[in-house]
Design a protein around this ligand. Structure first.
Ligand code: HSE
Length: 407
């Protein structure tokens, strides 16, 4: 029998217990042993819920019980999750988690501790919820040099942007509706400002390069400035606007960014709508591969956590190698990243004078017209480096929007 302890009986923790109860027989068959939830740790009580019988409030009970083989950390946040994870690994217990903050910050260190103790630290659910992406990166895409990984990594913002695109609605109205439906948190900052997607692309990039990528080093923009008018122009360009987390190799250097991007009808992520996530990977021999599914939610996320529990049970006495060194990788400087930009600015009525200033700054731009919108000029620049673009756009006043373009 493999005994597990679940830290945190919130959405994901209760999902883990439910998944194990629902699919007990097939999970045990795949694990090659019986998976038994021995403890659930939470500060709260759950009177009337059968979990109450195995509920504990003190982590030391779990830590000191030699029968506990695997700890499932689904508490979220860095502390006390970091301390508990480290203690569990040092006490000889493998750890499976959905905690992206902790994995992004201390993943390399926790993996090293697991390796030194012939244990496992597994985090499939930390990126893309139920979508298998961590295991494919570690085990399946090993023949390739990965040159790009780009994802719609946040369900809340993808829902908001999809609603804005389909209904022509304003950001604030859709956010309110998403909060009412439970798709957005009461405090939506981590999602709408791109911080959540940033941690996820930091984890994916660390696995791609095999070294530590600090999320603080990734240029991150959210979706709060995107307007209905931006979507009208996107439509005119047969495009849509998505919040992308992306890492691309340009001349042997990886450049990472989280930002809203206008993507065209041929982009592999164009059909990823609503609360769904999609992750696009380009390998030098495989070419393109896509991963798609539910990036959040109780049961999809729990499904990924339990798949890690099965893997940890199958590798009870051996470490599954994961290449993620604690050494910090050298990302390319954001200012050197080449991009194209969609720009909207006030039409000052100066005619040729303004047009030639635009040409001098941004090259042979592609102008876009939307019949219902007057008094502004909208265009897509030539490919420019971020630093050069920032220098040029600062020379213009009355700029309404800047959105990166990938088509
Ligand atoms: N808030 C996150 C999302 C949850 O919307 O994708 C999953 O990490």
């Amino acid at each position: 029998m493999i005994n597990i302890a679940v830290l945190g009986y919130g959405t994901v923790g209760s999902g883990v217990v439910e998944v194990i109860n629902t699919n007990q027989e097939s999970i045990n068959k795949r694990a090659g042993d019986e998976i038994h939830v021995k403890y659930v740790l939470d500060l709260r009580d759950f009177e009337g819920d059968p979990v109450q019988e195995i509920l504990v409030h003190d982590f030391n009970i779990i830590l000191q019980d030699p029968e506990v083989d695997i700890v499932v950390e689904v508490m979220g946040g860095v502390e006390p999750a970091y301390t508990f994870t480290k203690q569990a690994l040092l006490a000889g217990k493998s750890v499976c988690t959905s905690n992206k903050e902790l994995v992004a910050k201390h993943g390399a260190e926790l993996l090293a501790i697991a390796k030194n103790n012939q244990l496992n630290y597994l985090f499939e659910a930390s990126v893309g919820g139920g979508i298998p992406i961590i295991r494919p990166l570690n085990s399946s895409l090993t023949a390739d040099e990965i040159t790009e990984i780009t994802g719609i990594l946040n369900g809340t913002t993808n829902y908001i942007l999809t609603e804005m695109a389909e209904k022509g609605a304003a950001f604030e109205d859709v956010l309110k509706d998403a909060q009412e439906k439970g798709y957005a948190e009461r405090n939506p900052e981590a999602d709408v400002e791109g911080y959540d997607a940033c941690r996820k692309i930091a984890i994916l990039t660390s696995l791609v390069v095999g070294e530590q990528v600090d999320y603080e080093d990734i240029h991150t923009e959210g979706i709060t400035k995107i307007t209905e008018k931006d979507f009208q122009y996107a439509k005119a360009l047969n495009a849509s606007i998505k919040l992308l987390g992306t890492s691309k190799k340009v001349d042997d250097t990886f450049y990472s960014m989280v930002a809203p991007v206008m993507i065209g009808e041929n982009h592999p992520l164009i059909g990823v709508n609503g609360v769904f996530n999609g992750i696009f990977v380009h390998g030098n021999v495989l070419d393109d591969v896509m991963f798609y599914g539910r990036g959040a939610g109780k049961l999809p996320t729990a499904s990924a956590v339990v798949s890690d529990v099965v893997d940890a049970a199958k590798h009870k006495d051996s470490n599954i190698p994961t290449i993620w060194d604690e050494k910090k990788t050298k990302l390319g400087k954001f200012e050197d990243l080449p991009n194209k930009f969609f720009v909207r600015m006030r039409d000052k009525g100066l005619g040729e004078e303004q047009l030639s200033a635009i040409k001098n700054a941004f090259g042979n731009v592609l102008y876009v017209k939307v019949p219902e919108i007057n008094g502004e000029l909208a265009f897509v620049t030539e490919t420019m480096k971020e630093g050069g673009f920032a220098e040029q756009i600062a020379k213009f006043d009355d700029v309404y929007s800047v959105i990166r373009v990938d088509f």
